[in-house]
Write a protein that binds this ligand. Sequence first.
Ligand code: BDR
Ligand code: CA
Length: 317
Amino acid sequence: KKKLLMDVDTGVDDAQAIMVALAVPNVEVLGITCCHGNTSLENVLKNTLRVLKVCNRLDIPVYRGCSQPLVAQKLHAGDFHGKDGLGDAPDPHAPGLELLQEEKAVQAIIRIVNENPGEVTLVATAPLTNLAVAVEVDPSLPEKLKALYIMGGNTESRGNITPCGEFNFVADSEAAHIVLDRYTCPTYIATWEFSCRNILPWSFCDTWLAQDSDKARFMERIFQHTREMVQTERYQKELVAGSGFNSCDSYALAAAIDNTLVTESEQVAVTVELEGKYTRGMMVLDYLDLLHKKHKVFIMKKFDLERFRQMLMHALK
Ligand code: BDR
Ligand code: CA
């Protein structure tokens, strides 16, 4: 089985990514570490447990991670994922935080990777604070990872939270900088523009959510708010490839499960701008090797959308 460790800030698309991971038989999710991001860490923890409950997988260990960025002020994704980060569609029987592991996220990442050297694929769909702290504590972490998949950053200076900054990289730019510098394992990035160009058409979303299952009904409920937000003028401006929903985190997750979904990628050294007045948090691509960075990441370019949609369909069955 493929061993995955997920680092999330459970909003709607993180929830979708988790559900995809849990539905694939040859994948073992060793744990889910939580980070501040879309919403407060407390909400992220609750949301993650709710998703696991719907999937009947409360056996998967969930860990408390960093509640704020390394240096910057806390930044949440506004009301995009609902005030609670999961569409403001509460479950009165939601599991309580007593189900969390005692061990904290950073320690768990280090322990799990060290117990399974060369075998763990880490998927990060949140600000990268937990990963940055983990590599500070255990610098040998990257060489023991099989691969790292990140949803974050941008390639064409299109932003979603600032004019040219993607949320996860803006929410903790210092952490993103550390991770891109220090994680020298094979690294694949699903950028904001990549996901924008591979959007899920509404016709697909309708069929996807209309499936007769508790999981689909849950997704339909938590998705309602975001679906309405996406139709507003502000979010319509983000669309570059037709109208639909951008399940950003699911691309990184799906690629981590099956790398052959990535039908075209580009290998380049990258870093993150930490100072610009308008550009802080923007990913910088060094095509000319002027920064002399040995490590080059894979920027995803094209995706097997047919198989990706099949994975999403299957996740809510
Ligand atoms: C990223 O930010 C969050 O809102 C999403 O969950 C995704 O991880 C997109 O910029
Ligand atoms: Ca996320």
